[in-house]
Design a protein around this ligand. Sequence first.
Ligand SMILES: NC(=O)C1=CN([C@@H]2O[C@H](COP(=O)(O)OP(=O)(O)OC[C@H]3O[C@@H](n4cnc5c(N)ncnc54)[C@H](O)[C@@H]3O)[C@@H](O)[C@H]2O)[C@@H](O)CC1
Ligand SMILES: Nc1ncnc2c1ncn2[C@@H]1O[C@H](COP(=O)(O)OP(=O)(O)O)[C@@H](O)[C@H]1O
Ligand SMILES: [K+]
Length: 527
Amino acid sequence: MHLVTSDAMQKIEQHLCQQYGIDTLLLMENAGKNVANEALSILKEKNLKQVIILCGGGNNGGDGLVAARQLLSVSSAYPVTVYLLANPEKLKKDPLYNYRVLKNTSARIIEVASVKDIEIYPQSLVIDALLGTGLSKPVTGLYRETVEKINSARDVFVLSVDVPSGINATSGAVMGSSVKADYTVTLGLPKRGLFVFPAREYTGKIKVADIGIPIILQEAFPIKDILITPHLIIEYLPERNPDVHKISAGVVGVIAGSPSMLGAGILASLGAYCAGAGMVVWPLPFSAASLVKIHLPEVVTPLVESTQAQRYYMPSVAEFLGKNFAERKCRSLIIGPGLGVSPATSFFVEKIVQASSHIGGVIDADALNCIAGERQLWKGRLSGWIITPHHGEAARLLGSSPKEVAENRFEAVKQLADYFQCIAVLKGPATLIADPSGNIFVNPTGGPELATAGSGDVLSGVIAGILAQTGKHLESAICGVFLHGLAGDMLARNKKEITAKEIAYQIPAAKKVVRDGQYRIPFMDGD
Ligand SMILES: NC(=O)C1=CN([C@@H]2O[C@H](COP(=O)(O)OP(=O)(O)OC[C@H]3O[C@@H](n4cnc5c(N)ncnc54)[C@H](O)[C@@H]3O)[C@@H](O)[C@H]2O)[C@@H](O)CC1
Ligand SMILES: Nc1ncnc2c1ncn2[C@@H]1O[C@H](COP(=O)(O)OP(=O)(O)O)[C@@H](O)[C@H]1O
Ligand SMILES: [K+]
């Protein structure tokens, strides 16, 4: 599903008016009618008694004015009160037109000079039409007080028009203060910011309303942001042929672990198997291999020589390992979980990535930190790899701070993919995946339950496991992230405390839910 920024939405709207000669008034009418229809269903379903519509001075407020008229035209059962937070004399074009028309109806229209003028009774449907995509600065003064009044009202249902007022429709940030909605009717095309945090805590369920933007026009604009839907994942799920054997099913090579962090590699290997890889090959020194066998006997552990107490891999073995992975027909690799960070490890990472770039795969965790230490050296050189940083690792890779990354996630993931010319997975709530051409995919699955040690190791394994089966980098990253999140969501239905191993074991069930067509995005109303 394509997502739009505020800018893109404005351009599409302008194009529609110029190219097709459609008046913006018609779009506003369609928007308001859609809102009124949703409002009517909610009024009935929730057994509410009246409607309170809060309108700002722009087009979002105009939508609210149309909704008021449309509601009154289809039902006289619900009194409608409109609070206008603007001087009617200062209204422009479409909102002004709709204000004048509404004056001729039975709607109560109150011009708000102070927040005390606003009365919100229990059992009301509150329609928030204060601010939409035109939000350009933090919400302050009367608007802020109104937002806070809405949020503190009890026993009401809040429907936001287009976006909850105060949410930046492009980034998902809260600009000072935002309405906390129970339901958001987003107009025409879904706004990108609604699908990431913190916005997702403010939208309630999201419904996309058709306001008459032709599909052909949507396709004419190069929209690069996409919400990952189950329809997309069904296409990307790896399927096994009946005549498959363990090698043709997909072999994953692993470079992971150190004496203090062997578990990271075990979890990554488990993730790869649970995602359907036919075999996992993890070269290790004898002592470490013996330990791995106890926990995961399925892993093949060719012996590697190490004279070091702190690490398993010496730079001198990199070339041999690269060749060995190719001989064993590895179709993807996982490099990084639990490797530790030291100058020697950095040198080893540099060599192993080079020696195995013909295979490619996932670079995660400590290997990312090694790369970050020499970021200029790696510019444009990770083609064929998928990197999976969390915010801290991403900040190191970009030479910025975790705060900057957290505040500009779309930009950060795009920069990572562009700078290193790879597929970048920026982990965290609503994980983002970008490719070097600037496409960004937003993941709807996964919640705070996933924040458990080793969860990221499992994710790198799942992605590499899918890649070994399909050979498709972007698709594997998208599919892996989605399934990992869905596995967490499924486990979280029964308990909130989950472990990384459980996430891995839940992957096949997550796959089945998608394959059977049973999955719906929980915070969306309709597909
Ligand atoms: N783009 C489209 O295709 C359509 C847009 N429509 C509606 O139009 C909205 C966008 O309308 P506008 O561009 O008029 O913008 P808004 O209605 O979002 O904002 C209106 C005004 O608020 C002011 N403003 C910005 N930030 C503020 C703040 N923090 N506190 C107080 N005032 C602030 C701005 O100066 C702007 O003039 C959409 O969200 C949607 O609801 C619909 O009418 C249908 C079609
Ligand atoms: N609050 C959250 N909501 C959704 N997903 C989360 C949240 N916190 C963590 N995750 C997910 O859990 C995983 C954690 O990975 P990572 O930080 O690398 O952990 P570790 O290093 O312990 O394995 C990532 O897939 C991330 O997206
Ligand atoms: K709004």
